[in-house]
Design a protein around this ligand. Structure first.
Ligand code: C5P
Length: 198
């Protein structure tokens, strides 16, 4: 069965948690596509060449989750040649047999517009910054400033800007607990699977 769940949205909205839970619930593969951009951003050198040579091993570095890697990622993510170099890798996983969940910024709009399920997971910048601050610590105002800066860069870029696909279901997790957000996402996937195999 080929079945793609595309989960897009801004930083720290809860995409990763929802994506992992949905993948585990249905036995689908999971790809956190932010890791690709983080791996390219943090490597230094020519980002286009790095993106073209990227392998799964590059996604295993343990420093990819830092705030600095997130900022570096969003800077290389505006380069069209970097994005183009990463398309095939993502599409192969999205349309591999057995089902897949991909979370990122442009999965439902660019990488896999034919995805069977599209979710756009969002929350207010303050709520997202607070969640990120609980993970990374430091100065909460500084974390909020970085979240707002990254949102602006991701939404304002010319190539594959962050926005909900026209047919995406929006989940606002500002006032929703993790369990409820996961339950809603699971319900959407179940409904789509039933439509395919009534
Ligand atoms: O999701 P994460 O915070 O790991 O993503 C890091 C950065 O990588 C984002 O801010 C964005 O600039 C870029 N990205 C992207 N397209 C994706 C996933 C991530 O442009 N599909």
């Amino acid at each position: 069965m080929i079945f793609t769940v595309a989960i897009d949205g801004p930083a720290a909205a809860g995409k990763g948690t929802i994506a992992r839970a949905v993948a585990a619930r249905f036995g689908f593969a999971h790809l956190d596509t932010g890791l690709l951009y983080r791996a390219v951003g943090i490597r230094g050198g020519d980002p286009v060449l790095v993106a073209k040579a990227l392998t799964l091993a590059d996604l295993a570095r343990d420093d990819l989750r830092s705030m600095a890697a997130g900022q570096a990622a969003s800077r290389v993510a505006v380069i069209p040649e970097v994005r183009a170099a990463l398309v095939d890798f993502q599409r192969r996983i999205a349309r591999a047999k057995g089902g897949a969940v991909l979370d990122g910024r442009d999965i439902g709009t660019v990488i896999c517009p034919e995805a069977e399920v599209k979710l756009y997971v969002t929350a207010s910048a303050e709520v997202r910054a607070h969640r990120r601050w609980l993970e990374v610590g430091g100065d909460e105002a500084q974390v909020l400033a970085e979240v707002v800066e990254r949102d602006a860069r991701d939404m304002g870029r010319a190539d594959a800007p962050l926005r909900p696909a026209a047919d995406a279901i929006v989940l606002d997790t500002s006032v929703m607990g993790v369990d409820e957000a996961v339950a809603r996402a699971v319900a959407v996937v179940e409904a789509a699977l039933r439509r395919m195999h009534p």
